[in-house]
Unconditional design. Structure first.
Length: 659
């Protein structure tokens, strides 16, 4: 019996031997999985290529070898970045006979001059993959190097060498590196192109981050709009302070002077620069950088600044006898502030290749050391200024505590009687305030398990239900009251039903019906909508009810993937996004088959999902028509449903029947 078992496994799973082991060589891994290196294939990833090349030029400037960088956008989606630094080495590489250092850098992952710290004290490139990734994801890359009074050129395409290193001739005044590339439409599609305004802002921000560099921007006139100049020169001697001053404009702030400064640490080969202002009316903005690289998700340098500001303002409050200052938090100091922080450190560690978050432990200590002493002087050297900022922060603290008290009272009033006995199947969110929270009603424990892992624990709650709930339109009140699924649902929502329904007591801002993208899922969603229409119509009328839109298919062609809601959407994607490509199509039998990451990005993440809001008409006549339709389709009389099917059967598409 065991022999038969092993034979069947072999037949169903295919041959798994040495021939099944695939080895990706050169830059092929980058083209197969671009998301690992640039975060995806969207507009943000496209502009990440520009940032990688510009960061290399900035590293030359920060190291003291370049004073000028030129950024030029030309027709055909071609971007050229030139610096007057040392130029990429072109001599033969000792470990790769027959190849120049330039060729090794452009065609080999994890190659470069930033590992040992000999060529650069601090740099944005730490993995040695930046420019080689640009090469891999570009349909054409041309490098020109002016070095030792000679000019060299070499061209590449999709990670491969297209021409040998060519010596163009002598030069007297030119030096540095020119990188010109066109992103590959096979990776980013024909629609995505560099946005002049985005590149303009990128170049401008880099000039603020290093006062010694001049950055020249140029864009073909036919590519620009009214919001971006065709040419500009950026050079800011004041660094971040100049940037913040321009950003503030004429806005009134809590202090007459904003808090700005810098600190060098020769022993640690590090540098910290900051600029912070507290406008009286502002939602605030934060800009974090490490070695001129934007880190939008903050990180350890952010933590150091938070600690320095909080401890400094608390200490000043104690100095002037303000006992309440001990309760100040980072939220009170930083909310609404305009804040910029730039650090330069050796061997920075980031959360990923896209460098969205700094994780270097030493950055926190370095920033706190740099900022704390200066902040203490900023507050104490001018007592009026220090007291003005302390008063402003204490007002923020009082507002925070008042809002918290109001939320607690509101939440307690709405839920105190129910918190003792919420349904056991409910996985609640942690937020106290109903604003921004969501209850996902999901079909079955399997889908519930995936949803619990995919959710945002702070704002998203999960309530699994068991299959098809009771059809309340055809059941009497006694049967409805005895149904456990409906009782759990009503208990979780906390606002009562029918004449006892009080929408203001609803425990969540949004109720999301999330069922499988098939016929059974549609049936369950219909039963749930019927429940809300009959038992809690005011919730529907106020717009609290939503239908999630999970995908039915996942389409993959090479490194590109997409999700389709239904057969029509699948056909559209195959015709547009995957035109002419061999597409692998997998069908999700249910939400439980999707892994948490897929469920989050397609159905639950507010940034990427799509939902349908269920509402009721405002006019009485239209509401009556809806009520009549619900009664016909969901009510006790099956003849009405049969009549509806007869009247509308001809409109059903044959493909739907086949499916």
């Amino acid at each position: 019996m065991s022999d038969d078992l092993f034979a069947s496994v072999s037949q169903t799973s295919g041959n798994y031997d040495a021939s099944a082991i695939e080895v990706l060589e050169g830059l092929e891994p980058v083209r197969r999985r671009p998301g690992m290196y640039v975060g995806g294939t969207d507009e943000r990833a496209l502009h990440h290529l520009a940032a990688e090349v510009l960061d290399n030029a900035m590293d030359e400037a920060v190291a003291g070898h370049a004073t000028r960088i030129e950024v030029t956008l030309e027709p055909g989606n071609r971007l050229t970045i030139v610096d007057n630094g040392r130029g990429i080495p072109v001599d033969p590489h000792p470990k790769f006979p027959g190849k120049s250092a330039l060729e090794v850098i452009m065609t080999t992952l994890h190659s470069g001059g930033k590992f040992a710290g000999k060529a650069y004290a601090t740099s944005g490139g730490l993995h040695g993959v930046g420019v080689s990734v640009v090469n891999a994801l570009s349909v054409e890359t041309v490098i020109e190097v002016a070095r030792n009074k000679e000019v060299f050129r070499q061209s590449f395409a999709r990670g491969h060498v297209m021409s040998p290193l060519e010596k163009l001739g002598p030069t007297q005044n030119r030096r540095g590196t020119s990188v010109s590339f066109v992103p590959d439409h096979e990776i980013f599609g024909d629609v995505l192109h560099f946005k002049p305004q985005r590149l303009y802002r990128l170049a401008r921000s880099k000039a603020y981050l290093f006062a010694g560099v001049e950055i020249r921007w140029k864009c073909a006139p036919e590519l620009i709009g009214d919001d971006t100049p065709a040419e500009a020169v950026f050079q800011f001697p004041g660094g971040l302070a100049d940037h913040l001053r321009e950003q503030l404009g004429g806005r009134e702030c809590a202090t007459s002077d904003f808090f700005a400064g810098s600190q060098d640490f020769p022993d640690a080969q590090g540098r910290v620069e900051w600029a912070v202002a507290w406008p009286l009316w502002s939602e605030g903005s934060y800009s974090w950088y490490c070695n001129t690289i934007p880190t939008p998700d903050g990180g350890t340098h952010e933590a150091g600044l938070r600690a320095a500001l909080v401890r400094g303002i608390r200490a000043f409050g104690e100095l002037v006898g303000q006992k309440k200052a001990k309760d100040i938090t980072a939220e009170d100091v930083m909310t609404g502030s305009e804040l910029m922080l730039s650090v330069f450190i050796r061997d920075p560690q980031f959360q990923s290749q896209t460098k969205d978050r700094l994780t270097s432990p030493e950055a926190s200590t370095l920033v706190e050391r740099a900022v704390r002493d200066h902040f203490d002087h900023f507050l104490a050297d001018n007592m009026d200024r220090g007291k003005a900022l302390l008063g402003f922060v204490l007002e923020r603290m009082d507002d925070r505590l008042r809002r918290k008290a109001e939320r607690d009272v509101k939440r307690k009033t709405a839920t105190s009687a129910r918190k003792l006995r919420l349904p056991g199947k409910l996985t609640d969110c942690s937020a106290d305030d109903p604003a921004g929270t969501e209850l996902f009603i999901v079909e079955g424990d399997s889908a519930g398990g995936s949803a619990k892992q995919a959710r945002d624990r702070k704002t998203q709650a999960i309530l699994p239900i068991r299959g098809k709930i009771l059809n309340v339109a055809s059941a009497n009140s006694a049967k409805i009251g005895a149904n456990q699924e409906i009782a759990d649902l009503a208990l979780a929502l906390g606002c009562g039903t029918r004449e006892k329904c009080v929408p203001d007591n609803l425990r969540y801002e949004r109720i999301v019906i999330m069922t499988d993208a098939d016929v059974d899922g549609a049936h369950i969603a219909t039963l749930l909508m019927t429940f809300f229409f009959q038992e809690m119509p005011d919730l529907v009328r106020r717009g609290h009810l939503y239908l999630a839109q999970p995908p039915l298919y996942r389409l993959v062609a090479g490194s590109k993937s997409a999700y389709a809601r239904d057969d029509a959407h699948r056909a559209e994607l195959e015709r547009t996004e995957f035109k002419g490509k061999k597409v692998e199509v997998s069908r999700f039998k249910g939400l439980g088959e999707m892994n948490p990451q897929q469920l989050r990005e397609t159905t639950m993440d507010p940034k990427t999902r799509g939902m349908i809001r269920i509402t009721l008409p405002q006019e009485y006549e239209e509401r009556a028509q809806v009520r009549d339709l619900v009664d016909r389709l969901m009510g006790k009389n099956p003849e009405h449903r049969f009549q509806f099917i007869q009247e509308n059967a001809a409109q059903v598409d044959e493909e739907v029947i086949d499916a």
